[in-house]
Design a protein around this ligand. Structure first.
Ligand code: PHE
Length: 340
């Protein structure tokens, strides 16, 4: 009995030393856990002479209850103390405004693409998505560039490991897909999408970029229609006072071919670094669809004519926002992207 009394006193004394929750749990393991002192004392009942067993058992159980109760109280007290300390710590102000979740935005190229598509949408054009992986024949051959045609050098090409399959170098092959789908109905479509060219990456040229192709096919379409359409586009896109200039050019799939310039909106034509001190900036390439291309698309060039144009939304965004390096577009620098 004395041993049990001593055990109880010692247990309570040690419990009083446990000053945090971890120490309390450690104490619990030592005293009340499966191999702790109290279960061991309870087990010793077997060694006690039979006439004393009952009294021993009762006392041992009382010790167990006392220690268990004391432990639970100590644990409770410790938790309240922790809570008290937390409440006394520098106050939490639940009325403080929350932190704003950072908001994403549309990529500048997407914003420009959408503006371009809206202008042409207002002119009655539909958007047509063409494939980004093309075959050689559609990217070049059907656009009037048979194998070994020197004009193929205008588009340095990424080829896939499948012979004859490549990443389109421009959106013009989409002209063939649309024409073959719609012939002989009239067409007014814009074809937006990503293009790739195997080029040196510089401030002015990237290996991937968007283009927006335009194609209008019908009866009696002339170069004057092309000019009028582009004039409307340029004024809607860049402002009513913009001047437009047409230069003759060469593309195998248009005849005649033109390049279209606009007076530099940064210097107003006075000359600056962006316009290379010429007062003019190149906006797009265009021309009347070549009879061979019309025929490849399923249209009889004796009856139908059409115009096509192609422009680069990144270049246009650079002009609109005064960006001097095309590499910003795929650099994924949020300091750049966040400005749009
Ligand atoms: N596909 C030409 C290019 O990538 C642009 C173009 C499109 C020219 C349509 C004329 C007509 O440079």
């Amino acid at each position: 009995m004395q041993v049990l009394e001593d055990l109880e006193a010692k247990g309570l004394a040690e419990l009083a030393q446990a000053t945090d929750e971890a120490l309390l749990r450690l104490w619990h393991g030592n005293w009340l856990g499966r191999t702790g002192h109290v279960p061991a004392a309870l087990k010793r009942v077997a060694e006690i002479p039979p006439q004393e067993r009952k009294a021993y058992g009762q006392t041992a159980n009382r010790v167990k209850e006392t220690l268990t109760g004391a432990y639970e109280k100590a644990l409770e007290r410790e938790r309240e103390a922790v809570l008290d300390r937390e409440l006394q710590a520098p106050p939490l102000d639940p009325t403080l405004p929350g932190r704003n979740a950072p908001r994403g935005g549309l990529h500048p190229s997407t914003q420009t693409l959408r503006r371009i598509l809206r202008v042409f949408g207002d002119l009655g054009y539909q958007a047509y998505r063409s494939r980004e992986v093309e075959d050689d024949e559609t990217n070049f051959g059907l656009l009037n560039m048979p194998p070994h045609h020197p004009a193929r050098d205008m588009w340095d090409t990424f080829h896939t490991t499948t012979p004859g399959l490549l990443l389109r170098t421009h959106t013009s092959p989409g002209q063939i897909h649309v024409m073959r789908e719609r012939a002989p109905a009239p067409i007014r479509v814009v074809l937006p999408g990503m293009c790739h060219r195997y080029e040196q990456i510089t401030a002015r040229s990237e290996i991937m970029f968007h283009q927006v192709e335009g194609l209008c096919v019908g009866e009696g379409i002339t170069l004057a229609d092309l000019k009028g359409t582009l004039e409307v586009f340029i004024r809607r896109m860049f402002g009513d006072s913009r001047q437009m200039r047409i230069r003759s050019s060469y593309f195998p799939f248009t005849e005649p071919s033109i390049e279209v310039d606009m007076d530099c909106m940064l210097c107003g034509g006075a000359g600056c670094a962006v316009c290379k001190h010429s007062g003019w900036v190149e906006i797009l390439g265009a021309g009347m669809v070549h009879p061979t291309v019309l025929r490849n698309g399923g249209y009889d060039p004796a009856r139908f004519s059409g115009f096509a144009f192609g422009m680069g939304p990144e270049r246009i965004t650079m002009l609109l926002s005064g960006i001097d390096d095309i590499r910003y577009f795929w650099g994924n620098d949020l300091r750049f992207l966040g400005q749009f």
